[in-house]
Ligand binder design. Structure first.
Ligand SMILES: [Zn+2]
Length: 157
């Protein structure tokens, strides 16, 4: 038996120290959170995806009284980007909530991690990923694949 270890590395940033591009992405995600439909959780989440063209596509969580029919902000944004710009690479993405909470308690659900990972595989390049709950610290990852170790993939034939 041997242990197999994987490193998980993210950075914690003061939002004001980020590049203009990253700050704009966060702002667009916060604007998107205002469009959330979250009458059941009262937890409004916004996401923004920056394409290689510089275009930004947004999404917000859209809940439904049949709970599984709702959709998270991240997947709403990633699917919208894939639908509208299928040939464009995604360079970066941000997810935010308007709720002040511990930054370590705010990260994508498993379903969104899987979808973002597949976008990264389609991209053939890492997707820079930012997370900001409320107005606090921003957690930045250089890629999304590290959020889902031991990834599900179909067997190659
Ligand atoms: Zn999710």
């Amino acid at each position: 038996m041997k242990q197999l270890k994987r490193e998980f590395i993210v950075e914690a940033w003061d939002a004001k120290e980020l590049s203009e591009e990253d700050q704009e992405l966060l702002e667009r995600a916060h604007e998107a959170a205002l469009n959330a439909y979250a009458p059941y959780s009262d937890f409004r989440v916004g996401a923004a995806v920056r394409l290689e063209s510089g275009e930004i596509v947004i999404g917000s969580n859209q809940e439904n009284m049949a709970y599984p029919s709702g959709m998270c902000a991240e997947r709403t944004a990633f699917f919208a980007a894939g639908s509208q710009y299928p040939k464009q690479r995604i360079e970066s993405a941000a997810v935010v909530t308007d709720r002040e909470m511990e930054v370590h308690d705010f990260s994508p659900c498993g379903g969104c991690r899987q979808v973002m990972l597949e976008s990264e595989i389609r991209n053939s390049a890492p997707i820079r990923f930012l997370m900001q709950p409320g107005t606090g610290e921003v957690i930045v990852s250089s890629n999304v694949s590290q959020f889902l170790p031991l990834t599900f993939q179909l067997p190659r034939t």
